[in-house]
Design a protein around this ligand. Structure first.
Ligand SMILES: Cc1cc2nc3c(=O)[nH]c(=O)nc-3n(C[C@H](O)[C@H](O)[C@H](O)COP(=O)(O)O)c2cc1C
Length: 279
């Protein structure tokens, strides 16, 4: 069995799978939902939510510390002018064919910063002096999603794998080199991904959210990822870049590339590139 979770608890998983052999997919969803929906309304365990304070962590500090290089983003707010939201919403569609054209660093920075970057600091939230809130909202305002980016063709940016340090608005280089073969390998039957300019992987770190929302956190991590994905795609559209969300990835290969633990859940991959010239 492959994948970090499969390797960690193979016997338990096997036992459960055997019990579910005769259960239809739709009923397996029912069972999974009821198991992870642990609100007090259902469990009647009201004390569970009276928890002590827990340690707030906004990102993976070790990835930032160990990165090979740090590249500050250059976002430019002044470029957000003269375009109507309804036009953006209507024009966006999944793009799976990309122009061979480099994306400039400012455009790239705007897409990343105005979706995943810090919008403002709350004073006193979670007993923190300065609590960073992102442009995109999330369950409890907790910062538990991680953004990994593979740059394939971005102006002035070395090809490679980056972790976005949203607090310092910097890209942290984790691994340099041409990642196209790996990207092709990861995105099973979605070869178009290798022709994109860059690819974002959204990963939920359950260790940073389960202390507050327990098992329900899993469910809402998908809502939060959806919100973030929509911002990324609409801001890209504003800058004339097309994009496509991709669920067709091999989780264990992505886990290897990003070095994820069994508590890190990759939720979606999104690739970005220019629309081909009309002929
Ligand atoms: C969560 C999610 C996963 C997706 N996965 C894939 C995928 O693996 N491959 C692909 O070609 N398109 C994928 N898509 C794109 C959808 O097919 C597309 O959004 C849908 O057909 C609607 O078309 P539109 O985006 O052009 O409006 C995915 C979309 C979402 C929201």
């Amino acid at each position: 069995m492959e994948g970090t979770r499969m390797k960690e608890i193979p016997n338990k998983l096997q036992q459960i799978k055997e019990q579910l052999l005769d259960v239809t997919d739709i009923d397996q969803i029912k069972i999974t939902h009821e198991l992870i929906d642990d609100t007090p309304y259902k469990t009647k365990n009201y004390l569970k939510y009276m928890h002590d304070e827990y340690y707030i962590q906004h990102h993976k500090a070790h990835l930032i510390q160990q990165s090979l290089k740090k590249i500050p983003l250059k976002a430019n707010r002044e470029r957000f002018q003269n375009q109507m939201l309804p036009d953006l919403i209507s024009n966006r569609h999944s793009l799976r064919d990309y122009e061979n054209k480099q994306v400039d660093f400012e455009t790239f920075s705007n897409i990343i910063h105005y979706s995943f970057g810090v919008k403002n600091y709350g004073l006193g939230a979670y007993n923190q002096k300065k609590y960073p809130f992102k442009y995109t909202n999330s369950q409890g305002g907790l910062n538990y999603l991680d953004l990994y980016i593979v740059a394939l063709n971005v102006e002035g940016l070395e090809q490679g794998l980056y972790y976005y340090d949203f607090i310092h608005n910097e890209l942290c280089l984790m691994d340099a080199g041409n990642m196209r073969p790996l990207i092709n390998d990861i995105h099973f039957q979605n070869e178009f991904t290798v022709y994109s300019n860059f690819i974002c992987f959204i990963v939920a770190d359950m260790e940073r959210v389960v202390p507050k929302y327990y098992k329900r956190a899993y469910r809402f991590s998908h809502v939060d990822t959806g919100i973030l994905t929509a911002y990324l795609q609409l801001i890209a559209e504003f800058h004339d870049l097309g994009s496509c969300s991709v669920a067709g990835y091999l989780e264990h290969k992505l886990e290897d590339l990003l070095g994820l633990s069994s508590n890190d859940y990759p939720i979606v991959s999104i690739c970005f590139g220019y629309k081909p010239e009309e002929v």
